[in-house]
Design a protein around this ligand. Structure first.
Ligand code: GDP
Ligand code: MN
Length: 365
């Protein structure tokens, strides 16, 4: 059988599902800026239509600046559950303590000059550092076990008619993703070395999950080892290279207990001290993925193959067949088309004509 089958291959009755089970201890989270009102509202209206109108989960909005009352009013109205609006403290959204800020800014500018993807934006470095570590220690998240990350401008293209939090909990999953990609190599030449050094220092064994992140090298061991000692991009001390695989973190459904646990938090502090969130432009997606592969087993990670999802410039398009037939898993592989309007994208609108006729609740539209 399939180790990681979709939680659902049919269009279920979300009203019945919502009534049949209590809500999980879970929240949506959206970090956003006041000037993203339009895309934030679009993403919230979309997730409400495709999911939350039935399940009414809480939405936590985060900002590093004071909220515009107009933003709060509009988004509060759009969320069918509770909505809260938090402002991050300066420590949560800035350089690590003891940073020489002038040096760090010079390095950021230099990354911009070299054309490193978003490397020249100080705020982007703060965002990646925040989502890698301080996010998980937020007071406002303490009472929750699960989070579902949302971003302004994303679009869910199929109705989600069951509760993903509930299914994650039932199956003892820890981390759920929709899209896996390759990291931009220039943003993080030293990240893999830093993570693997931590792994070795903590005597965390190299599991098959961990080795799945590594490109097999056919060089004789002494040469590999020498190249490792000499250093080089994406190389650990043994000369092995990270294959740059990571999960796109603009969508995540995950167990907060994993990320606020000791090992992950120690890993974050180790990475933070090494300076790579500013000397380089380490992304939170790669930090999360390397931690997941270092610390979890394959049965704790879930690919939401049944969720249709768009974030500029990629989308995942499930081949959800009409009438609730089995998903064609072979058709799920291509998540790299350039736009939802492009050829073949029509499959993203999960057509569910039978259900729609039966209960007339607008499911799967
Ligand atoms: P990308 O998806 O990697 O291209 O990055 P985005 O620009 O979408 O940023 C990721 C998330 O962080 C989005 O939810 C943004 O709204 C948010 N974000 C990025 N920079 C800032 C910032 O300076 N302030 C705030 N409040 N949110 C930010
Ligand atoms: Mn984004």
């Amino acid at each position: 059988h399939d180790l990681d089958a979709p939680f659902s291959t049919t269009c279920q009755d979300p009203v019945r599902n919502a009534a049949a089970n209590p809500r999980e201890n879970a929240t949506f989270v959206m970090l956003t800026r006041n000037n993203e009102l339009k895309p934030a509202l679009q993403a919230i209206e979309n997730i409400e239509r495709q999911f939350n109108q039935w399940f009414h989960y809480h939405v936590l909005f985060l900002n590093n600046e004071a909220w515009d009352p107009e933003f709060v009013r509009a988004l509060k109205t759009a969320v069918s559950g509770e909505a809260t609006f938090e402002v991050l403290s300066e420590e949560e959204w800035s350089f690590p303590p003891q940073t020489n800020v002038e040096d760090a800014r010079a390095k950021i500018k230099e990354q911009g000059d070299r054309g490193i993807y978003k490397g020249g934006l100080e705020s982007y470095h703060h965002m990646c550092r925040f989502y890698s570590g301080n996010f998980y220690a937020l007071e406002a998240l303490k009472k929750y076990r699960w989070y579902w990350r949302l971003e302004p401008g994303v679009e869910y293209t199929c109705a989600i008619t069951y509760d993903p939090f509930l299914e994650m909990a039932r199956r003892e999953k820890v981390y759920g993703f929709v899209v896996a990609l390759w990291e931009v190599p220039e943003t993080c030449p030293g990240l893999f070395r830093a993570v693997d050094d931590f792994r070795a220092a903590k005597k965390i064994p190299e599991t098959p999950m961990w080795r799945a992140m590594i490109n097999p090298s056919w060089m004789p061991w002494p040469i590999r080892r020498l190249r490792g000692w000499l250093g080089g991009e994406h190389r650990n001390r043994n000369g092995d290279t990270w294959n740059l695989c990571h999960y796109w973190s603009n969508f995540e459904i995950a167990d907060l207990d994993f990320f606020r646990g000791n090992t992950y938090q120690e890993l974050f502090r180790h990475l933070d001290r090494s300076g790579g969130f500013y000397d380089e432009r380490w992304g939170d997606a790669s930090v999360h993925a390397l931690a997941v592969h270092m610390l979890l087993g394959p049965d704790q990670v879930h690919h939401f193959a049944d969720i249709g999802y768009w974030h500029e410039p990629f989308f995942q398009c499930p081949g959800n067949a009409p009438g609730g037939q089995q998903l064609d898993l072979a058709a799920l592989g291509d998540n790299s088309r350039s736009s939802p309007e492009s050829e073949g994208a029509i499959g993203c609108r999960c057509q569910c004509p039978d259900d729609r006729r039966r209960n007339n609740r607008g499911i799967c539209l």
